[in-house]
Design a protein around this ligand. Structure first.
Ligand code: ADP
Ligand code: MG
Length: 382
């Protein structure tokens, strides 16, 4: 999977050991009664990043974001922004703003008045205020719409006004909690790209909460996956997809096949593990691993559906499974097949349609051979 297109040099400060994080979260814990909403969270975010907190409902994303904004105080731990400890600072004293969903716009005010609201409260002079509002309107590509009321705008336009309002005060850090949650799917996809473009132009550091893995993948420089108040993995979208560190992450991020087995040993270069697994021909599955595991360790091996090649005769490959087609889903650009092996495992494979055709390639009940390289299979620790 390709990284999202970002203009200019690749933005990868986390690879530079000398780079100083812009936002540092240190051992933050927050409980509500017996619930650990945030459980000892540490995290570094760099200047200019579009960072996503991704997780299911109740995993602690909003609580962490509210701690960054200053709406919640952690029980333990610290938050530093640009080297300054802000843990005890009230929200208004922090160089931070939060973008709320579009329904938080003031309905009785025009678009321009909505954007000007915070600046006016800060006592900005009228001339400067007008210029600043106009600049913001241009940034969100609505230069002519300053006099409209929110109810005269489309959902996507309202969302852009909310963004303009949040950026007007030039925060160093912008926090977004499910910013596109109120939009329908098509508008949501378009707005995702718009939001990324605007973020690149202003260069402000963004931290966004979402439960939608596709949204996190298309928009972010890096993603922190959260589960039960903890951060499970922090990676770029591509690394998260290709090298999930746990079974939870593998299952959360996109479609995946998981094969259960036991470690038999490692090949000479120690990068490929041999795993006893009934679902593959010869009973041995070959897969990449991060660290060699002791013989006999029970593991899951993750294989993405698009890494699997489909054949109508036995191929030569690192890993081969044979089975019958049980389900076919035709999705226009791709077809998904579920192939059941004799061992009972159901393998999900994906076929991309290069040529225009109205028919899936293979039939229900047909015997197919599946193969995938060792490099396309990842051993997961848990
Ligand atoms: P997410 O945004 O990932 O859905 P939240 O941060 O909102 O998760 O919530 C994490 C956990 O903390 C949940 O179990 C939730 O019920 C609990 N929680 C959040 N805020 C409060 C609160 N103000 N009072 C009590 N429990 C809360
Ligand atoms: Mg939430």
């Amino acid at each position: 999977m390709a990284e999202p297109v970002r203009h200019g040099a690749p933005l990868e400060p986390w690879k530079d050991p000398a780079a100083k994080p812009f936002l540092r979260v240190e051992n933050v814990t927050k409980t509500f009664g017996k619930v650990y909403a945030c459980d000892d969270i540490s995290l570094d975010v760099y200047r200019g990043e579009f960072f996503a907190l991704l997780g299911g409902s109740g995993s602690g994303k909003s609580t962490l974001l509210r701690i960054l904004a200053g709406f919640e105080t952690p029980d333990r731990g610290r938050v530093l922004i640009d080297g300054v400890d802000v843990t005890a600072m009230p929200p208004y004293a922090r160089p931070v703003n939060m973008m709320f969903q579009s329904y938080a716009l003031f309905p009785h005010m025009t678009v321009a008045q909505n954007i000007a609201f915070g600046l006016k409260q800060d006592g900005m002079a009228a001339g400067e205020l007008r210029d600043c509002v106009q600049q913001m309107l241009e940034l969100v590509q609505m230069p002519q719409l300053g006099n409209r009321k929110p109810d005269q705008l489309s959902g996507g336009q309202r969302q852009r006004v909310a963004l303009a309002r949040a950026l007007a005060k030039q925060p160093k850090l912008l926090l977004l909690d499910e910013p596109l949650g109120a939009l329908d799917k098509r508008l949501r996809e378009r707005t995702q790209f718009e939001l990324v473009n605007i973020q690149e132009r202003v260069g402000t550091t963004f931290v966004m909460v979402t439960h939608d893995q596709e949204e996190a993948m298309t928009m972010s420089s890096r993603i922190a996956v959260m589960d039960a108040g903890r951060i499970v993995q922090v990676s770029t979208p591509a690394a998260l997809y290709e090298y999930p560190s746990t079974r939870f992450v593998a299952e959360f991020i996109g479609g995946i096949n998981l094969f259960e087995g036991r470690v038999l040993g490692h090949d000479a270069d120690q990068r490929i593990a041999r795993i006893a697994c009934a679902a593959v021909e010869g009973g041995v599955l070959h897969a990449r691993h991060a660290d060699p595991l002791p013989e006999g360790t029970a593991v899951s091996v993750a294989v993405r559906p698009e890494k699997i090649d489909v054949h109508e005769a036995p191929p030569r490959a690192d890993n081969v499974a044979v089975g019958k087609v049980r389900d076919i889903a035709y999705l226009g650009d791709v077809s998904i097949y579920h192939v059941e092996t004799e061992s009972g495992a159901v393998v999900r494979v994906q076929e991309t349609h290069v040529e225009r055709s109205s028919e899936p390639h293979y039939d229900w009940g047909e015997t197919l051979w599946l193969s995938w390289p060792a490099s396309g299979a990842v051993v997961l620790s848990t």
